[in-house]
Ligand binder design. Structure first.
Ligand code: FAD
Length: 405
């Protein structure tokens, strides 16, 4: 009879996306850790469009070869357009596979073992307070991992939480499809976002990538709509919309990407004793545009450092510090963002036209803050005042019209 292959470690991380790999890369070298990842390789297949921000990439020390800097962004609705020529912070488009592999190498350099093609099945707490986790490895490797801590970094799957009945899979989620083409004659530093008919209940994007490709995608919210993002994207590609946006598509599709992201209110509980969640399994992506990578890296890194301290001191205080830091950074902004997200997911063409016209009246800093879901009291007030001003102007115009007639 063959012996079951059992490994032991301090920390088992389930999921080798940006969150799990960042936790792994920040653990002290004397902490033993294992990452199990169900895909055959780190960073493939791609499940994200990889938009982010230059200031964040610099702050997180991400090498410049792993992103493309965007100088101008145009946002289109059916009948309106706003143009942003960035003077301060700049958007970037990430080499997603390259970035995740870079994070994986950093973790391995610290001595973390990464097992690809290895899927988390179930886990249970044993009498000695550790976790016994059953895994299925297609490559015929490990079968069981015994660990003191488990990190759920499995993204929208919430695999560990569900196994321990600590939480369900999200019921409301964004689903996106994206095709990659050769960049061709398109500007390598210009991106487009589009809303309205071409991406009702969501939005679409056209991003140039660091490897001279053009990523064109559509993301929508289920179950708010039961439309298929693939059908929407294919309809969009057959339409003349790209021409209107000043872009072209050449040749065949080089790669198809697709993914799912939770779109539910932020829940501040992240620590359940020795089980901790991070990344999409903790709903870290922003509620307006669903941008999660930089947040997963920043707070994954924080969790890795705090876990190291917890193991060293035996105190859970450090993990609660992580939970509190995430709450400070996300809870309030995401509350505002989720209510905006619910409203805009039912927008029709006219609502989107009005919103894009409103965006056109905001300054660059405010548009960036809205896209990043950073709602300072000043921004909320300025947006409300702008709304009030435009409504008052319309009423006055209407009254003037009545008087003349
Ligand atoms: C269509 C789309 C577009 C997006 N665009 C952007 C964007 O432009 N910018 C941005 O910043 N963010 C974007 N996001 C969000 C971003 O991709 C996520 O926030 C981020 O990937 C979350 O990272 P994570 O590590 O938590 O989870 P994931 O990236 O999902 O990684 C988790 C990994 O765990 C693995 N896994 C799951 N279950 C198991 C299991 N049982 N056993 C072992 N492994 C398992 C999965 O295969 C997966 O690879 C987008 C998301 C989608 C869906």
């Amino acid at each position: 009879m063959s012996q079951r292959k059992v490994l032991e470690c301090d920390v088992l991380i389930v999921g080798g996306g940006p969150a799990g790999l960042s936790v792994a890369g920040a653990l002290p070298e004397d902490v033993s850790a294992i990452v199990i990842h169900q895909d055959k390789e780190i960073g493939k297949p791609v499940r994200t469009s990889g938009g982010s921000w230059l200031s964040d990439m610099q702050r997180l020390n991400i090498p410049q070869s792993l992103f493309q800097i965007i100088d101008t962004l145009d946002i289109f609705s059916d009948n309106q357009k706003t143009h942003l020529s960035f003077q301060e912070d700049r958007p970037v488009v990430l080499d997603v596979t390259g970035l995740y592999q870079w994070l994986g190498t950093k973790a391995e350099d610290r001595g973390v073992q990464i097992f690809c093609d290895t899927k988390f099945q179930t886990t249970q707490k044993t009498d000695d307070g550790r976790f016994e986790t059953e895994v299925r490895s297609k490559a015929g490797g490990i079968e069981k991992v015994v660990s003191k801590y488990i990190v759920d970094a499995s993204g929208v799957h919430c695999a560990v939480l569900r196994s321990l009945s600590l939480g369900p899979k999200p019921v409301r989620y964004g689903v996106g499809i994206e095709y990659e083409y050769a960049l061709g004659a398109n500007d390598p530093h210009r991106a487009v976002l589009f809303v309205g008919t071409d991406a009702l209940s969501g939005y679409g994007w056209v991003f140039p990538t660091p490897d001279n490709r053009l990523r064109i995608g559509v993301g929508i919210i289920h179950p708010d709509t039961d439309l298929s993002p693939r059908e929407m994207l294919e309809g969009f590609l057959k339409s003349s919309a790209l021409k209107r946006y000043g872009m072209t598509v050449e040749g065949l599709v080089l790669q198809k990407n697709g993914g799912t992201i939770p779109s539910i209110p932020y829940d501040p509980k992240l620590v359940y004793g020795q089980v901790i969640r991070v990344g999409d399994s903790a709903n870290f992506a922003t509620p307006i545009v669903g941008e999660g990578i930089r947040i997963c890296i920043e707070f994954g890194d924080l969790l890795g450092r705090k876990l190291g301290k917890s193991l060293l001191t035996g105190s859970s205080k450090h993990l609660l510090d992580y939970e509190a830091a995430c709450q400070r950074a996300m809870a309030r902004n995401y509350r505002v963002g989720v209510s905006a997200n619910k409203r805009i997911s039912s927008y029709g063409v006219a609502d989107w036209d009005k919103s894009v016209a409103r965006l056109d009246r905001l300054n660059e800093r405010d548009v960036v803050a809205l896209l990043k879901a950073e709602f300072s009291a000043k921004l909320v007030l300025r947006t409300l005042l702008g709304l009030l001003r435009s409504r008052t102007e319309k009423c006055l115009k209407r009254l003037g019209g009545h008087r003349q007639s």
